[in-house]
Structures are given as C-alpha cells and as structure tokens.
Design a protein around this ligand. Structure first.
Ligand code: GDP
Length: 362
C-alpha cells in the first residue's frame, strides 16, 4: 500500500496522534479496519461526497477509501551516525511514500522536551539534518560507484556522476533533495536511491487547546513551511485522542463546544492524501457506494486494477460520469439522459471524483 510515515523528535505527540488516527478508524462504520503491524494503521479518508452519493443511491453500505500511516518512533539527533537505533528508523522512513512531520508547538511543564526547550524550528532542523546526512551517505557511495563505472567508459554513469555531484553538493550545504532544481531525467537517475529528503513532507503542529491562535511556535512553523512550499496542519493530539474515543453523538457535542465542525484528524488525513499524490474515484451501486484510491494521472485500466487485476486484464471500457454531473442529474439514469455518461477507453485518465463502471471480459 501507499504509506505516510509519522516522524518527529521524542515527546512531541506522535504516538498520541497515531493512536487517534487508528482509533478513529475503528469507529468508522463499515470500514474493514485492520492493523498490519503495531505501528501501521489503515485510516479511512473522510469524504463528504460519499454521503451525497449515498443519499441518491441509498446503497446497502458505504465504504470509504484509506491511507496507511506508519508510526516511526525513535528518531533522535545522531540517528544518521548510528546513535540509538538510528539506522533502523531511517530504514523505515525509506519505505514510506511521504513524511508527516509532527512538531511540538506547546509549552507544558510536565512534559519534558528532549532538547530542554520548545523550539519547533530547531526540532525541524534536527530531524532534517539527520535525514540529509543519511542521504549524503547514500549519495556519496553511489557517486563513487558511478565514478568507477564512468572511468570504464559507461556513458550513463557519466550522466549519473554529474547529477549525483550536484545532489551531494546540495546535501552538504544542508539542502533537502526535494528543494533542488532537478529535471525529470535527473530524478530518474537517482530514483533507485530512495532518498529520504526527496520525499514530500507536511507538518502537523501539535498545540494545546487554545493554542490555535496567537501561538508564536505555530507561526514560526508556518513561516518555515511556507518557504519550502509545505502544508501545516495544526491539531491538538490530546484532543484528537479524546475525540477518537467518543461515539458520534458525544463527539459532535464536544466539537461544537470547541467551535470546530470536524476533527482536526480529518484535515491531517486529507493533507496526507494530497501529499501522497493520490486521487479518488467512486463506484456506485445499490449494494455498495465505495471510494477507491489511485495515483493521480492513472489511466482507466490502472484504476480498474485497484478493484481487481482481472478488471485491468480484460478491460473494455469505463462508463464514466463526472461527480458534479452525477449529483446534478440525481444518479446514473439522469446523467445518461442528459448525455453526461461517457464511454472511455484504455487511454482515459481518470479525473478526481469520477463515478466509474468498468466493462471487462472475463
Ligand atoms: P511521542 O514520543 O512523540 O510519541 O509523544 P507522545 O505521543 O507519547 O506524547 C508525549 C507526551 O505529551 C504524552 O504524555 C502525551 O500525553 C503528551 N501530549 C501529546 N500531545 C499533547 C497535547 O496536544 N496536549 C497535551 N496536554 N499533552 C499532549
């Protein structure tokens, strides 16, 4: 599956956030929640469009799509040089597709901060430094290999030496690889290194109740993230954990008390989904209205494969209705009458929110 890794220094609220995310998963009606490993949670993606579709179709069940979150605890200063269990944690990060970086934006006398004081920018830099050092190590080794191969006349290796040289220089100055100006070819040349600082990143700023406004730590994180084009989602992990333990009615009352219209977790999940470059399409029948996840830019057969590999192999066409048309014309029959049902072939690139009905050979 496609995974978002939760990283951050100790005591910033990672486990609290992870618990809230996974417990909210259990509460979601009809969702086949499962925990693969203790630190991996499959979390349903909240999507109001599912309710709108269900209102029209009145299906037997509604199934949201999901993203996987991985709790990567234990990253500390010195990880890249093998401090603690550092290398093991870095290896876990290598396996994820995007990074959700939790930073502590609250002061609390009882909760010790590893660096002795709350300074989210310094925390971000500590983690970023470890990731950059680990990448520098990978890149230097790859560079040495490429240089050897280039000497023996390998033309591709010469190109690689040039690209790796630039990436190394950037990392040596502490620049994340994602922030370097790399062409598509450059990226292809370093893809096999699974560099940590190439992965897209978002920040979850953990605040206390009342810490959403006039919070200099939060403002600092926002400025830092804006410079790198990253999103910041402020949440209170402790509140989210409490919310995740309540039933729907109590939760709505608690949210109303806090003046919120939805749990902050919903924003975390949606931001992660976007960060991972994912999009949603729907299948809509009386048995089941369901959301499915594909990589943005997927073709119709690739989208079909998410449901079943046979759907891809025997793909004939996808009967397609845009989400807005499906809602406007109150379902498939209405959309068909209005000429809004399209027959799309193998080359069709699925659009966000499409309602698809696959036709295939068995
Ligand atoms: P981790 O080491 O990053 O996984 O941090 P934890 O999730 O274990 O949190 C460290 C401590 O901070 C725990 O005692 C949490 O209860 C507390 N904590 C985390 N988030 C919040 C929060 O939003 N508000 C309050 N009051 N405490 C929090």
């Amino acid at each position: 599956g496609i995974k978002c890794g939760i990283v951050g220094l100790p005591n910033v609220g990672k486990s609290t956030l992870f618990n809230a995310l996974t417990r909210a998963g259990i509460a979601a009606a009809n969702f086949p929640f499962c925990t693969i490993e203790p630190n991996v949670g499959v979390v349903p993606v909240p999507d109001p469009r599912l309710n709108a579709l269900a209102e029209i179709i009145k299906p037997q069940k509604v199934v949201p799509t999901a993203v996987e979150f991985v709790d990567i605890a234990g990253l500390v200063a010195g990880a890249a040089s093998g401090e603690g269990l550092g290398n093991k944690f870095l290896a876990h990060i290598r396996e994820v597709d995007a990074i959700c970086h939790v930073v502590r934006c609250f002061e609390h006398g009882d909760i010790v901060h590893v660096a002795g004081k709350v300074d989210p920018i310094s925390d971000i830099e500590t983690i970023d430094t470890e990731l950059a050092l680990a990448d520098l190590d990978s890149v230097e080794r790859a560079l040495q290999r490429a240089e050897r191969n280039a000497k023996s006349g390998d033309k591709d290796a010469k190109v690689r030496v040039e690209v790796l040289g630039r990436v190394r220089d950037g990392l040596a100055e502490g620049t994340a690889v994602r922030a370097l100006d790399l062409s598509d070819d450059d990226r292809a040349a370093i893809r096999d290194l699974f560099l940590l600082t190439l992965k897209p990143v978002m920040y979850v700023a953990n605040v206390l109740e009342g810490g959403f406004e006039d919070n200099p730590h939060l403002e600092a994180v926002r400025r830092h993230a804006a410079a790198g084009g990253a999103e910041v989602v402020p949440v209170s992990a402790a509140i989210e954990e409490e919310l995740s333990e309540l039933d729907d009615e109590d939760r709505d009352a608690f949210l109303a008390d806090l003046g919120l219209d939805e749990p902050g977790l919903n924003r975390v999940i949606r931001a992660a989904y976007t960060l991972l470059g994912l999009q949603t399409y729907f299948t809509a029948g009386v048995k089941e209205v369901r959301a499915w996840t594909v990589k943005a830019g997927s073709t119709a057969p690739q989208a079909a494969a998410v449901i079943h590999t046979d759907f891809e192999k025997g793909f004939i066409r996808a009967e397609t209705i845009a989400y807005d048309d499906f809602i406007r014309y109150r379902g498939e029959a209405g959309a068909r009458e209005a000429g809004k049902l399209r027959l799309e072939g193998k080359e069709y690139r699925v659009q966000e929110g499409d309602i698809l009905h696959f036709r295939f050979n068995v």
